[in-house]
Write a protein that binds this ligand. Structure first.
Ligand SMILES: NC(=O)C1=CN([C@@H]2O[C@H](COP(=O)(O)OP(=O)(O)OC[C@H]3O[C@@H](n4cnc5c(N)ncnc54)[C@H](OP(=O)(O)O)[C@@H]3O)[C@@H](O)[C@H]2O)[C@@H](O)CC1
Ligand SMILES: Nc1ncnc2c1ncn2[C@@H]1O[C@H](COP(=O)(O)OP(=O)(O)O)[C@@H](O)[C@H]1O
Ligand SMILES: [K+]
Length: 514
């Protein structure tokens, strides 16, 4: 699914009105009706008081449509106009007129704190104060109203976007944003829903298709692509019936140091489970027995050093290399990195201490083969590109870094973002159970295993991040958040593949007749 900016959504709105030959009022009716249907389906006529707070723009107009439809269906509705200025939008005014015809209980005009109504914790609040047209931070009594609503325990449903949140620019005042329990957003989710500083305001959301012009949506380059099951299904490369282990490549994992051989075990296992034909693992001598015992399928090559990696020499041409997990920061290890980046001109997956070593020895950056994949968590990213002002500044900095060095950068987190030049892909799978040691090592193994099977680096990254998160979700389903360990994510890669490939059952025509 594509994520568009607010500017693009206004264009989509315009294109829809022109090409479908409808009025913008009709489009608003469509949008409001969808919200009403969502509520009506769940409330089934329940007489719970519904307080609808409408701004004076089109988001407020949507609120008025919802209010009118709810009133017409006999609900207990109180509509308020948050009268922050006299510049009401055309569609707001049209719907203001219509709601006045539908009820004797006219909307209550709010002009100051004195007008804040009493709301019970069991009531419902609909937030239609500001939508994507927010152009400055709410202040004064409007900010106080937002705080007043947030203090109340009533269920808060935001229309399009929680009021006070900018859809694709930085948060200015976190005290001035509605803390919505649920958001119903039109046509596409907004970028703010997925970034660490703002995602908490949008804990649950549904996307309502309001039929914006398909041609515009298809032909417009989005701000970002959201990755979930349908996209992952498209990226999957089916296994060849006549394939042999050579077809799926020979991955090399370079990982581990004394006390951190587990990192090598985890990434090797993940590379196998994701489907690499062969995996060789390069470890310091102390890792030999551990690897051979824990993963008999792996071939093990050792460094001349006992406790760390100093010189990576292998006697085959790997189809992909995953490097860095648990390797430490020994000087000799930095030299080994330098040398292997120069010797092997294939895309690498670069993780953990390899990233830290690069951050401390920036000359290494120039040696990394093009299209390699970097997998930093926020701490590693900060060391690599420096501090950022906010989430948007971070994205701009990473885009620049990715473009300059020709690298795929995976910003790991609750919503992992894959950056390749100007392109952003946002993953939707995964859960807090995955915040556990070694889950990043598993991800590096997954992406290395995909590269070795011939997925190109961007695809391996996007698909790998999705399937790793999906395996984590399946592990969560089996054991809850707390108990998940990195090994459980790897064990569930199998289920994640099965889930991805699951086809709806086709009815047998002779069902029941035999
Ligand atoms: N695009 C689509 O496809 C569709 C869009 N639809 C709906 O339209 C919504 C967008 O509507 P919109 O453009 O009228 O803007 P909206 O969010 O109501 O706010 C603008 C108003 O707020 C004001 N204002 C802003 N900031 C303020 C502040 N801090 N403090 C005080 N005032 C502030 C601003 O005032 P001004 O800056 O002019 O003083 C202006 O009056 C969108 O989210 C969706 O719900 C659907 O109906 C159909 C399809
Ligand atoms: N709250 C969360 N929601 C979804 N995924 C998460 C969450 N926390 C961590 N993860 C995922 O788990 C992995 C953690 O990686 P990392 O921090 O490198 O772990 P480690 O260094 O311990 O191996 C990343 O892929 C990240 O996206
Ligand atoms: K809103």
């Amino acid at each position: 699914m594509k994520i568009f900016s607010s500017e693009q959504l206004y264009e989509a709105d315009k294109a829809t009105v022109e090409r479908q030959e409808i009025t913008s009022e009709a489009l608003m009716e469509r949008a409001g009706t969808q919200i009403f249907n969502w509520l009506h389906q769940r409330m089934q006529g329940a007489p719970v008081p519904i307080h609808i707070f409408c701004g004076i723009g089109d988001n407020g107009g949507d609120g008025l449509v919802v209010g009118r439809l709810l009133i017409e269906h006999g609900y207990n509705v109180i509509v308020y106009v948050v009268n922050c200025s006299d510049k009401r939008s055309k569609n707001f005014l049209l719907n203001y007129g219509k709601i006045k015809n539908a009820t004797k209980k006219w909307p209550i005009l709010m002009k100051s704190e004195a007008d804040f109504p009493e709301i019970n914790n069991e009531d419902i609040i609909v937030d239609a104060i500001f939508g994507i047209g927010l152009n400055r931070c709410p202040v004064g009594w409007v900010k106080k109203l937002i705080q007043y609503l947030n203090e109340n325990k009533a269920f808060k449903l935001a229309i399009d976007i929680p009021s006070g949140l900018f859809s694709n620019s930085p948060l200015e005042d976190k005290e001035a944003v509605v803390n919505a329990n649920h958001t119903l957003t039109f046509q596409t989710p907004k970028l703010a829903f997925f970034l660490p500083e703002t995602a908490s305001f949008v804990s649950n959301f549904d996307v309502l298709d309001i039929g914006l012009d398909l041609e515009f949506l298809q032909n417009t380059e989005p701000l970002a692509q959201l990755i979930s099951k349908p996209e992952a299904q498209r990226f999957y490369k089916p296994r060849d019936k006549f394939g042999h282990k050579g077809t799926y490549g020979h991955a090399l994992i370079v990982a581990g140091s004394y006390g951190k051989i587990g990192a090598a075990v985890l990434s090797t296992a993940a590379a196998f489970r994701i489907g690499a034909g062969m995996v060789s693992t390069f470890v310091p001598k102390c890792g030999y027995n551990i690897l051979q015992t824990s993963i008999p399928e792996a071939m093990v090559i050792t460094d001349k050093e006992e406790a760390f990696i100093s010189d990576i020499t292998v006697d085959f041409e790997p189809s992909a290399i995953g490097i860095g997990m648990g390797i430490g920061k020994n000087k000799a290890t930095v030299e080994a990195l330098k040398s292997i980046f120069q010797k092997k001109n294939i895309p690498f997956v670069i993780d953990a201490d390899a990233l830290n070593n690069i951050s401390e020895n920036k000359e290494l950056l120039k040696l990394i083969p093009k299209n390699s994949v970097l997998t930093p968590h926020p701490g590693e990213l900060k060391r690599l590109i420096g501090e950022w002002k906010d989430d948007y500044d971070k994205l701009e900095k990473v885009k620049k870094f990715s473009g300059k060095h020709g690298l795929v950068v995976i910003i790991k987190g609750a919503y992992t973002i894959i950056v390749y030049g100007d392109k952003l892909y946002i993953n939707t799978s995964g859960n807090p159970g995955m915040a556990t040691a070694g889950s990043g090592d598993a991800l590096s193994g997954v992406i290395t295993g995909l590269l070795s099977q011939g997925y190109d680096p961007l695809l391996a990254s996007v698909f790998g991040v999705y399937i790793h998160g999906r395996a984590g979700d399946i592990a969560f389903g089996q054991m809850g958040y707390e108990a998940v360990m990195a090994g459980d994510i790897i064990d569930n890669l199998a289920e994640a593949y099965l889930d991805l490939l699951e086809q709806p059952e086709i009815e047998n025509e002779s069902n029941g007749e035999q």
